[in-house]
Design a protein around this ligand. Structure first.
Ligand code: IMP
Ligand code: MG
Length: 171
């Protein structure tokens, strides 16, 4: 299937440096717990973590949403839970893309129950036109139009995650 570059590697890296600086400024001294949502956010996490000049702890969480391949159905399931407690922690959820908002709506409720000091979300990409659940995303890399994108961690049927650019996958 043909690919069209939407965001180049250079654009992505420049934006991540800005996000890292803002996050560094916004949080007090002390550890920040980055919770990476597998699998799509793993590459973003690797670059973002190194752009943050704070002590960070890195945690992974697996979430799957069922349904049509290019959209969430509204049913969300935890496939891998955290290994550590988040009690009293400053938590920053690292997500690849916010689409309907269903996944993060579910996840933020789940994390709140673990009594962290704070929970915020950073998402590389945001498709605001697609939102069905209101979500407060504290840090957004890029707002993009309603097109299906792959690369830089994002997949279509598990393919394309290793592209350096974010590309639109045309039919
Ligand atoms: P939401 O629950 O609809 O917000 O879905 C979020 C999840 O759907 C993301 O974490 C991605 O895994 C996936 N997703 C949404 N849009 C895209 C896209 O354009 N390309 C690849 N995956 C996407
Ligand atoms: Mg995802």
């Amino acid at each position: 299937m043909p690919l069209r570059v939407l965001l180049s590697e250079a654009q992505i890296q420049a934006r991540i440096r800005e996000l890292g600086e803002r996050i560094t400024r916004d949080y007090p001294e002390g550890p920040l717990h980055l919770v990476c949502i597998l699998k799509g956010a793993c590459i973003f996490l690797a670059d973002l973590a190194r752009a943050i000049q704070r002590d960070v702890f890195i945690e992974f969480m697996g979430i799957s949403s069922y349904g049509a391949r290019k959209s969430s159905s509204g049913e969300v399931k935890v496939t891998k839970d955290l290994d550590t407690s988040l009690e009293d922690a400053h938590v920053l959820v690292v997500e690849d893309i916010v689409d309907s908002g269903v996944t993060l709506h579910y996840l933020t409720h789940l994390l709140e129950q673990r009594r962290p000091r704070s929970v915020r979300i950073v998402a590389l990409l945001d498709k605001p036109d697609r939102r069905v659940r209101p979500i407060d995303v504290a840090y957004v890399g890029f707002q993009i139009p309603d097109e299906f994108v792959v690369g830089y961690g994002l997949d279509y049927a598990e393919k394309y995650r290793n592209l350096r650019d974010v590309c639109v996958l045309a039919e």
